[in-house]
Design a protein around this ligand. Sequence first.
Ligand code: NDP
Length: 334
Amino acid sequence: TMASLPKTMKGVWIEKTGGTEVLQYKEDIPVPEIKEGQVLVKNEFVGVNYIDTYFRSGVYPLPHTPYILGREGAGTIVALGSNVPDDLRLGARVVYMGQSAYAEYTPVDAKSAVAIPDSVDAKIAAAALLQALTAVTLIREAHPVQKGDWVLVTAAAGGVGLWLCQLLKAMGARTIAAASSPEKRELAKKNGAEVVVDYHEEDREKFTKEVIEITGGEGVAAVFDSVGKATFDSSLAAVRRKGSMVSFGNASGPVTGFALGRLSAKNVKLIRPTLFNYIYTRDELKQYAAEVWNFIEKDGLNVAIHDVYPLKDVVRATEDIQSRKTMGKLLLRP
Ligand code: NDP
């Protein structure tokens, strides 16, 4: 089956970390070979995630160089390695999380790929998977949200943020959505947020005060904070007694040097989760993915797609997500 594949492909790689100038769009990258337990996917859509910027800039270490960025894609299986589960067949439509997705072809560990149900578009699957799974695992495991809970979501009009707003609404929780512009706050509201607030970059105390007032003086049962450094203190201050501080991202920079004793002021639980550790086994991935498809099919949850750019516009895509211009999901098309 490999015989019908081209020798080279389009892709984006980096040789060192840095600004967007290190992103190299190339048309002559060798088509990768697959190992045991892998499938080769011809990507139809590739998801842009904020994490891609951490690998490019050096916030997270590169596994090797040159390195093809990109953690998520959807497409068709065009080659099979040995020892691959039966539901991953040649020609099957799959969506995956892994590495090196900013390319025409990606070798994917079978463990990280799931079949796309017939009723779901490849575009929707690529746009949904990583961010929706993040949101689902956060509300089920990082802080199991209860009906009626007040919950604070930062970057609420972003990819993960809009999923959190929709899922929390679907399960009967009450969401306070923080976002930086009126358009973003409106979108968060349309996606199920009960109250929307500005983060007031110059006056974070005002932001915390507003959140506490909305909750009748108590604070929220949980904060899902993806902004990191810039909002950590104001988010923690908005948590109620015995609530949870879920810090799951670094959009403004990583949180460092936290004094554990601060948690005792309100017996707050602090967690810093990654999606990867919630979907470590293929069974876990399949279970949570099924939950995502179910939310899309039965509860009518939707994926706000910001835009689809051709892969060669990777610099524009990166600049847009970093400069807070995107609302919902940005996709690339190889
Ligand atoms: P988003 O679409 O949410 O884009 C990032 C958003 O962060 C911006 O739109 C912006 O919204 C907000 N933001 C706040 N401060 C800054 C800043 N200084 N620079 C840039 N953006 C800022 O991205 P994703 O949905 O892909 O990811 C959201 C977050 O969740 C990221 O931090 C990501 O790393 C994290 N994540 C974590 C995972 C995990 O496993 N732990 C898995 C997936 C995502 P606004 O303008 O409204 O502030």
